[in-house]
Write a protein that binds this ligand. Structure first.
Ligand SMILES: [Zn+2]
Length: 69
C-alpha cells in the first residue's frame, strides 16, 4: 500500500505528486446523487489530482471517499 503522498504513475511508474485545482482551495467538491436533498447533500467529498511529473498523467483521488456513502 502506498500512503497518501507516495503514489506512483499507472502509466510510467514514476512518482506522482498531489496537486490542486485553482478553483476551490480544497479541491473539487463531488457529491453522491443518492444524497441529494432539497437544500443539502452531505454525501460529498473533495477530490484532488495527483499528477505524474514525467508523463503528465493525472489521477484523481477523493480526500474522504467514505463520506460518499
Ligand atoms: Zn507517468
Amino acid at each position: 500500500m502506498h500512503n497518501r503522498q507516495e503514489r506512483t504513475c499507472l502509466k510510467c511508474g514514476d512518482k506522482i505528486i498531489k496537486c490542486y485545482v485553482d478553483d476551490g482551495l480544497k479541491g473539487l467538491l463531488v457529491k453522491n446523487p443518492d444524497g441529494d436533498r432539497l437544500f443539502s447533500n452531505k454525501k460529498n467529498t473533495n477530490i484532488n489530482p495527483f499528477i505524474c511529473t514525467n508523463c503528465g498523467f493525472a489521477e484523481w483521488y477523493a480526500d474522504k471517499p467514505e463520506d460518499l456513502i
